[in-house]
Ligand binder design. Structure first.
Ligand SMILES: [Zn+2]
Length: 163
């Protein structure tokens, strides 16, 4: 599914892989298809041009910084016919062979250009001594701690995940 969706989106944008950050992918789930997104499109967590929205939906939106165009691809819930096979091999075969319009809903979208990846300063946690992104530290007294250490001092889990 991820392979079909990513190929279709890149084709629609008239582009290949993202060598730098010229393509941004906004993915609406964190299932295995995201591996295909990263492999085929070059949009990766490491480069910062893969944005994860935790909506649990098989929907990817790709945006080209060069053209300003976006394309949204969604896997069709009604995609698989009853006779498409039952075992995994048959299903995979069907997914890879099915006509695009049968498996994907694809349309152009206009979205705001996502922010470019920001390289943030790192500091050292004053409890464990490990490096931590400055924006992820928490204050305990007059010390800056990483989130795991802050939690050992009773930091609330929800607050730690929020910013
Ligand atoms: Zn720490």
């Amino acid at each position: 599914m991820g392979y079909r969706m990513t190929r279709a989106a890149l084709h629609a944008l008239g582009t290949a892989r993202s060598e730098d950050e010229e393509i941004v992918a906004v993915v609406e789930n964190d299932a295995c298809g995201i591996d295909a997104v990263q492999f085929l499109s070059g949009c990766t967590f490491g480069k910062g041009n893969l944005i994860f929205l935790d909506y649990g939906k098989p929907v990817y939106t790709f945006y080209s910084r060069h053209s300003g165009e976006g394309v949204r691809v969604a896997w069709r819930t009604d995609a698989r016919p009853k006779d498409a096979g039952r075992d995994r091999t048959e299903i995979v075969e069907w997914i890879l062979q099915a006509p695009e319009a049968q498996v994907l809903a694809k349309r152009s979208v206009h979205i705001e250009a996502p922010d470019r990846a920001v390289i943030r300063a790192s500091v050292v946690c004053e409890e464990c001594g490990e490096q931590v992104m400055e924006t992820r530290t928490r204050r305990v007294g007059n010390r800056s701690l990483c989130i795991p250490c802050w939690r050992n001092y009773g930091g609330a889990a929800s607050e730690g995940d929020s910013s």
